[in-house]
Design a protein around this ligand. Structure first.
Ligand code: GLN
Length: 197
């Protein structure tokens, strides 16, 4: 059986575990770098990207996370996690893990709409998907290897590049577990191909 971790330094961690388990897979809260070894995939949750980055550095997660990605294991970044995956952050010279070829804009939906819920069609994943946005970023542009999976008000809010999946909303806060299910499928596929290589 596959195991999927949720980076447990900050943010909405337990809800992701519930969503992983709802897909019939084991979910593990990751607080130490040694735990990455036993995982087949990892979710980087929502929260606050600058705080999460500070904790990633403090607990020496930066290189192990890069190696996890280089080993061909899938990573799913949600909300703040999406910001951590992006190669470019609008208005900033620095980035974080820089694993997905895309530009993101933080807090992009404005203060007047701190949080809201909409129905999205996510290509190849789900129609009428319930998406909860909280101080959400959006994806300004993607590189040619990055596929756009969903838009809201013409803004890109979900994308995939090979083993990396990112969404601007919180897939763990409702009982709609289909996007997490898509990630579980990605992890199952990668485990199969890593085992045969
Ligand atoms: N606004 C947060 C950031 O910039 C992300 C919000 C969230 O993860 N819900 O990191």
């Amino acid at each position: 059986m596959i195991k999927i971790g949720v980076l447990g330094l900050q943010g909405a961690v337990r809800e992701h575990i519930r969503s992983i388990e709802a897909n019939g897979v084991e979910g593990i809260i990751v607080k130490r770098i040694e735990q990455l070894e036993e995982l087949d995939g990892l979710i980087i949750p929502g929260g606050e990207s600058t705080t999460m980055r500070r904790l990633i550095d403090k607990y020496d997660f930066f290189e192990p996370l890069k190696q996890f990605a280089e080993a061909g294991k899938p990573i799913f970044g949600t909300c703040a996690g999406l910001i951590l995956l992006a190669t470019r952050i609008q208005g900033q010279d620095s980035n974080h893990l820089a694993l997905m070829d895309m530009t993101v804009e933080r807090n992009a939906f404005g203060r007047q709409r701190e949080s809201f819920e909409v129905e999205l069609d996510i290509t190849g994943v789900a129609d009428g998907y319930e998406a909860v946005f909280i101080r959400a970023p959006y994806i300004v542009d993607v590189g040619e290897d990055t596929e756009v999976l969903a838009t809201y008000q013409s803004k890109i809010v979900a994308a995939q590049q090979g083993n990396f999946l990112a969404c601007a909303f919180h897939p763990e806060l409702t009982d709609d577990h289909r996007l997490t299910g898509h990630f579980v499928n990605m992890v199952e596929e990668s485990k199969k191909s890593l085992a045969s290589s």
